[in-house]
Design a protein around this ligand. Structure first.
Ligand code: FES
Length: 175
């Protein structure tokens, strides 16, 4: 079994990998977090890794991989780690998988049955308190419910318009 060097970018960590197993299996064995939903069947594209160097040492793209990612490796430099084996030294970027894990932990939990995002009770109470304070703080010199306010200059209640209506035509008037 011939061993090759897999350098992780940008940390520079070096892993020993072989040419028999897929990159996904070997990276997982090395304790790296690589997302995969389909279990290596080339249907989810979650296990995508970016090749920084040594692309000539990778196995050719399979039909399943091309179907999923398209023929754009020369632009994106992305490969499915579950479909890729190596035959030499490579440098890989798997930072996207760390980011995904961080995003997942930051996201609010979602109800499994309804798919509705669940918020924490403290968050809900805080939002309710804030909106309550906002309502109480409403300054009196705004347009908020201005029709209920009295006109400041006169004692008459505020007019709401209607005094500029078109007069009906009077047929009996000679003018
Ligand atoms: S694990 Fe799903 S495509 Fe690789």
């Amino acid at each position: 079994m011939s061993n090759f060097k897999c350098t992780l970018w940008p940390s520079g960590e070096i892993l020993d990998i072989n040419g028999e197993e897929t990159l996904l299996a070997q990276l997982k064995k090395a304790g790296k977090n690589i997302k995969s939903s389909c279990g290596g069947c080339a249907t989810c594209s979650d296990c995508t890794i970016v090749v920084k160097s040594g692309e000539m040492n990778l196995s050719p793209q399979t039909f399943e991989e091309l179907r999923l990612l398209g023929n754009v490796f020369h632009i994106t430099k992305e490969r499915l780690s579950c479909q890729t084996k190596v035959s030499g030294d490579v440098t890989l970027d798997i930072t996207a998988h760390d980011k995904k894990a961080a995003d997942k932990s930051a996201k609010p939990s979602v109800s499994k049955s309804t798919g509705v995002k669940l918020k924490k009770r403290e968050d809900l109470e805080r939002v309710a308190m804030e909106s309550k304070e906002k309502i109480q703080e409403k300054p009196s010199d705004t347009w908020y419910r201005h029709w209920e306010k009295e006109d400041e200059d006169s004692n008459k209640p505020k007019r709401l318009g209607g005094n500029k209506r078109v007069k009906p035509f009077n047929f009996n008037d000679p003018e």
